[in-house]
Write a protein that binds this ligand. Structure first.
Ligand code: GUN
Length: 283
């Protein structure tokens, strides 16, 4: 079998047109969706991601505010900035780019963002609402994966879904979203004894371990749907995922590439969440 490629770039572009249309309609009501992004320190990768988020905002006609703070910023200074943005009516979404410098408590920072502006979907209130199937901001990468599956005509209900990786940002929430849609979910992680035993049972395999080419053809079932969240560089310095694309795409039914897979959808869902927050601010 040769896998169908799930083209995240194309699906993201289609969704962004829809979001852009809604932004225009909102502007007629004098509300411009606004996203504040806080970047603390000088992490090169973080700066690149923040620039991509800002550019996406601008392309969709949203208001984008970048707040750069130096590496040595005190925790209370960052918390005070968040409090200020919590009360700013022009701002509908607040995103603090992670990771933060070690002297700053990430959990405290996330919990200081009011849940109504937590467009990352990281606040425990949004996580709790997601778990109980209530209206919530869903974390962007997992949300993007659910949209990719839906747009590819893949039904999740009743399928065996295996998640490799258990981060708070991707692994844990994607398992929950799949469960909410009636998948049977298994989580695998670094302490899992026999990884292959589990992954070869997967109708849907989600991988986020940040190790280049970690999942090989031997790990997957013939015809499986393989979603690769990893972003790595191989020995040649080329961007690649956690899945050995060439060999796995010979065996899988569907596969997301890296780049142009999950990445563009993650940014798109951030835009979607910011628009949702702006709409909800009108209620
Ligand atoms: N760092 C890596 N991914 C993310 C993300 O989705 N949101 C934030 N705030 N930081 C990140």
């Amino acid at each position: 079998m040769t896998a169908k490629i799930i083209n995240g770039k194309e699906i993201a572009a289609k969704k962004r047109i829809e979001i852009g249309e809604e932004v225009k309609q909102l502007k007629a009501k004098v509300v411009i969706p606004g996203l504040a992004v806080i970047l603390v320190g000088n992490n090169h990768a973080s700066r690149t991601y923040v620039n991509i988020k800002q550019k996406a905002c601008e392309e969709l006609g949203m208001y984008s505010l970048l707040i750069e703070m130096p590496e040595e910023t005190k925790e209370e200074e960052l918390l005070a900035k968040i409090e200020e943005l919590n009360g700013d009516p022009k701002i509908h979404g607040i995103l603090v780019q992670l990771p933060l410098p070690k002297h700053i408590d990430e959990k405290k920072v996330i919990e200081t963002i009011i849940p109504a502006k937590d467009v990352d979907g990281f606040h425990p209130i949004n996580i709790g609402r997601m778990m109980t199937g209530q209206n919530a901001f869903l974390p962007c990468a997992p949300y993007g994966i659910m949209v990719l599956l839906e747009e590819s005509g893949i039904s999740v209900s009743g399928k065996n879904a295996v998640v490799v990786g258990r981060s708070n940002i991707v692994g844990k929430p994607i398992g929950q979203l799949l469960l909410n849609q009636n998948a049977t979910v298994t989580y695998c992680h670094s302490k899992t004894k026999d990884l292959k035993l589990h992954t070869t049972q997967a109708d849907i395999l989600i991988v986020d371990v940040r190790i280049a080419n970690f999942i090989k053809a031997e790990h997957i079932k013939e015809g499986a749907i393989v979603i690769d969240v990893g972003i790595n560089r191989n020995e040649a310095g080329k961007l690649c995922g956690d899945v050995a694309f060439d060999e796995v795409s010979e065996k899988a039914g569907y596969i997301t590439p890296v780049p142009k897979g999950v990445g563009p959808m993650t940014i798109t869902m951030l835009m979607y969440n910011t628009l949702k927050s702006a709409k909800e601010s009108l209620r």
